[in-house]
Design a binder for this molecule. Structure first.
Ligand code: CUA
Length: 151
């Protein structure tokens, strides 16, 4: 009888553990990004705003950067913005999963084909910021970089 009780308890613990892990996976956003805006990755060039990537002034020292990532580059690249600018990045990938990491800031985002990634950053310090892809995306991954110049 004791054995049956212990067996029931261990099975119960195991089920509970699996439920917790499953819940965390979704609740913490590690699962599929079901709450993000989507688009057809085959039609990035024809889908607004990505049909016109670039840097756009949207307010007083406030900019939107519409950016497309592809193997192995960022479009637009070598961006320049004024000191103190608030920049809203709107990004997607044309092909595989890429990363968008800006050295010297907290900016670090995964950019996936079929999804729109939005992230905002204020650039108070002038300088040249190195932008790196931090998701392995193929043979040219190490070369995938650009800069953001703040002046
Ligand atoms: Cu793109 Cu690594």
């Amino acid at each position: 009888k004791h054995e049956e009780i212990w067996l029931t308890i261990s099975v119960g613990m195991l089920v509970l553990f699996m439920v917790i892990v499953g819940y965390q996976t979704f609740a913490l956003g590690m699962g599929p990004p079901s709450n993000k805006e989507t688009l057809d990755p085959q039609k990035v060039d024809q889908t607004a705003p990505f049909d016109n990537p670039g840097v756009f002034e949207v307010g007083p020292n406030e900019y939107e950067v519409v950016m497309v990532l592809q193997v192995f580059s960022f479009t637009p690249n070598n961006i320049e913005i004024p000191k103190g600018a608030t920049v809203h990045f709107t990004m997607t990938s044309k092909d595989v999963v890429h990363g968008f990491q800006v050295a010297g800031t907290n900016l670090n985002a995964m950019v996936m084909p079929g999804y729109i990634q939005k992230i905002t950053q204020k650039f108070d310090k002038p300088g040249e910021y190195l932008v790196l892809c931090n998701e392995y995306c193929g043979a040219g991954h190490q070369m995938m970089s650009t800069t953001i110049t703040v002046k």
